[in-house]
Ligand binder design. Sequence first.
Ligand code: FES
Length: 103
Amino acid sequence: LAVADFPQLSTVGGSVCGQPSGLPTPIVVARLAAGTVIAVDSRCTHLGCTVAWDAGNQDFECPCHGSTFATDGRATLGPATSPLTTYSVDDQGATIVVTIPVA
Ligand code: FES
């Protein structure tokens, strides 16, 4: 991701949600701090709704039934009990590289 194309990722708390070609579901990419960016599969592990990053609570939240997930993907509030899939992120400054393993 070129930060110039997604300027919200240059701000702490900023996030983007989008679906890379070849993936069945969108991913959420969020900046936690300078030099720290995280990425997860947006599909809630309860029933598959799309989670969103909440910068105020510093977690991912599902709008359907209220599950929440920590920055490491761990479910912190049910009904979901399984973690979100997380992806490796390399914050290179002007570019953020998210590595998605081939299934
Ligand atoms: Fe996310 Fe139910 S689908 S909590």
